[in-house]
Structures are given as C-alpha cells and as structure tokens.
Design a protein around this ligand. Structure first.
Ligand code: SF4
Ligand code: SF4
Length: 395
C-alpha cells in the first residue's frame, strides 16, 4: 500500500508539538460538531498515529475523515505551528488520509456509492444529458472547436440560472470584440476534483486526463471555469499534483470577466440597488487566492453596496459545501450554511453572493428552506446572476 502521508510528515510532526490549537477556531465543521476528532488538530493527531504505526484505519476513523469540506480555512489562517514558520497543510493531510483509507477499502458506504456513481456516470449525480445542458443558451453551439470554452462543472450545471447568466455575459462581451465561445455540453464529464477529494486518486487522474483531452481536441486556448473547485483542478491540481499537461490557459470566470470589464468589453451600467455581502468560496479564495476579482466586479455595479461579514478574504470560513460534505453529512453542511447566512444578515446584507455555482446552490437551498423550513431573510445569488442584471448589453 502506498503512503500518501509520508510526503507530509514534517507538517504532521510540527503540528504534534502545538498546544495552541487555534485551528479549531476557524474550522466550520468543528464549530458545529464540537468534537476534537473532526478539528484540524484532531486529523493531524490521527495522521501522526498512522505514520508512527500507533493506530490504524477503522470504519469509525474513516467516517470522521469525511467530516471536512476541504474549505482551506485551517491552512490560510488560524494555524500557528510553533517555530515552524508556515501553516500546517491540514487540508492536504486529510485528503492523504482519505486516499490511504480508500486504497485499503476502509471507507463509509456513502463514499463507496459516490465513487461508484462517479465511475459509472462520470458525475456524482447521474444527471441526464438534458439536465446537464439545460443552462446552455440556444444561441450557443456545443462541441465545435472554439478558442474560448466555458466549463460548467458537475454541481455547477445544476445552478441553471447562474451558468446561463455566465454564458450570456461572455457572449455579450463578444459584441465589439472577437470572443468565440464554445462548451462541451453533454460531452462534459467530471473534472476529477471530487474523486481526488474522496480519496480515489487513480479515478481522479483518469477523469482529469479525459477532460483535458476533450478540451484539447476542440483546440481550446482559454478555458473559463465557473465552478471554483473545477477551476482549482484545472489550474493547480492537474499540473502540480497529478503531473498532467494542461495545454490551455485557465481562468476563473470572475477574473476573466473583470479583465473584460477593465478593457471596456463588459459594461455593468444598470443599477442593482442591493446591500450585498460576498462569501469567499473556499476553493477560489483560501485555496487559489482569488479574493479581489469578484469584489472588483461587484464594485463596478451602480447602486450596489458591498458589505463584509466577519469571515471574509483570508479570514474565511466554509459554507459547508465541498469534498462531499453536503452529500454525506447534509445536516452539518446545512447548519454551517445557516451560520454564514446569519452572519450576512447581521451586517445588513439583503443578498449573499458567491462566485461559484456549487456553493451558491448549497447556500440558496438553505436560505430558501433550511433546517426547520424557515426561509432566511438573506437571499443568495451567484455572481453571474448579479452581473447579468447589471450588464448593459444583453443578447
Ligand atoms: S479544510 Fe475546512 S473543514 Fe476541513 S479541517 Fe480545515 S477548516 Fe475544517
Ligand atoms: S493545525 Fe496548526 S494551530 Fe492547529 S494544532 Fe496543528 S499546529 Fe496548532
């Protein structure tokens, strides 16, 4: 059996001498469950036991490993490893533990089912082709070669309004410029991120390689990605962790649109008179460092007042969506989202906006009919939904 932990042993040992455990204060899952076993420090303690041969993977230990949304908050802030000089890479340690548990076939039944679905349908949801492509505007041809492609994502395409708005925004910018936009449509499979997060690294690499090959065959030069997790996969994990060649430039939709707004190709002139709090999606902010582009776009919208919750930018906390948490432990994931909505309400926001269709879909589900079925006073919008209302030219 391979050891994925050995490459991380310096971090694991450095964490073992820390008595501060500030990381617990930033973890959204620990905030809800209050169990040391699911705190960042608890995962690292378990990893030390595995490395030293003092403990082993058991069904109950494996169950705990999946109580993490890979939000990245515990790495980007909250860790003060004594004398170590840099934060402990706890999210990577947790994914390494999952990879080892998966290779030993000691995983919860829910994870096994998700991985079976990913293998069989190339998606965690087994959505029909019609459902996967419902967001695509009738003016957009799928599957033809084009220099710029929009990637929707397995969870992203389920937020039909957000993806539809994203495509229309990109099409709107083509007026007066040369943007030639395509998308894979029903041919688009999973990028591999969820399999990577769940621990099946062979499946993840296979899915990522297939996705990259499909895009390369369409002669794509620029890939614009709406879902924050897929963006991280193509931009960072595929070339760096998987060793795959990515033969096109990768942009998150927010940075691509902000650049088009800078050059005057996207005009956001229509007022949107709302008080808006922006939630930093973990895969986009904590993992990829994109905090400014979404705020810059919102700042361009006339009449829109941007406010910040206490947990913004590098001080972020997760929404509960990600790494399978909302599928495997929905009650925990919903309670986490409810707390983010409450924080937005406390700073006077009417809308909570995030730049990821997957996180927006999760937050919106809780806002509309959360635990107990009480709708939140704060409504949720994906960034593209706000921008399409503000865009001057709409096809
Ligand atoms: S990645 Fe997020 S959910 Fe996971 S341990 Fe760190 S702070 Fe908690
Ligand atoms: S993750 Fe950082 S703050 Fe938490 S126990 Fe380890 S060293 Fe300390």
């Amino acid at each position: 059996m391979r050891s994925y932990l050995s490459a991380l042993q310096e971090d694991i040992i450095a964490c073992s001498v820390c008595s501060y455990k500030y990381c617990r204060n930033v973890c959204a899952v620990y905030d809800v469950l209050r169990s040391d076993g699911v705190a960042p420090s608890g995962f690292n303690h378990f990893a030390l036991g595995i490395l030293q041969g003092m403990t082993d993977y058991t069904p109950s230990a494996a169950e705990a490993l999946y109580k993490c949304s890979d939000c990245g908050a515990c790495r980007v802030h909250g860790c003060v490893a004594p004398g170590y000089g840099e934060p402990i890479d706890t999210p990577n340690i947790i994914l390494a533990l999952r990879a080892e548990a998966t290779e030993r076939n000691i995983i919860p039944d829910g994870v096994r089912i998700l991985l079976d679905d990913l293998r069989a349908a190339n998606s965690p949801y087994a959505d029909s082709a019609d459902k996967r492509t419902a967001w695509i505007p009738s003016s957009m041809e799928t599957g033809r070669p084009a220099p710029v492609y929009l990637w929707a994502g397995c969870s992203g395409h389920r937020h039909r309004d957000a993806l539809h708005a994203a495509a229309r925004l990109l099409q709107a910018t083509s007026q007066g410029s040369t943007l030639d936009l395509g998308t894979l449509g029903a041919e688009e499979g999973c990028c591999g991120l969820l399999a990577w997060q769940l621990g099946d690294r062979a499946l993840a690499v296979q899915q990522a390689r297939t996705a990259i090959q499909s895009l390369a065959e369409k002669r794509v030069r620029e890939l614009v990605v709406a879902e924050s997790g897929c963006y991280r996969l193509f931009k960072a994990l595929a070339p760096q962790a998987m060793g795959l060649d990515v033969p096109f430039a990768v942009y998150h939709l927010s940075e691509y649109l902000d650049r088009l707004a800078d050059t005057g190709h996207l005009k956001l002139n229509r007022p949107v008179a709302k008080v808006v709090a922006y939630h930093d999606a973990g895969q986009l902010g904590a993992h990829m460092g994109i905090y400014d582009a979404p705020r810059s776009l919102l700042g361009r919208v006339p009449g829109l007042q941007l406010v910040e919750t206490p947990y913004n930018r590098t001080q972020t906390r997760g929404s509960g969506q990600g790494a399978g948490l909302e599928l495997l432990h929905p009650e925990t994931a919903y309670e986490i989202a409810r707390r983010r909505l409450e924080e937005a309400s406390r700073v006077g926001a009417e809308w909570l906006v995030t730049a990821c269709p997957a996180e927006a879909g999760h937050l919106a589900a809780v806002a509309n009919a959360g635990p107990g079925g009480f709708p939140s006073p704060v409504q949720v919008r994906e960034l593209s939904q706000v921008l399409i209302d503000a865009a001057q030219e709409q096809p």
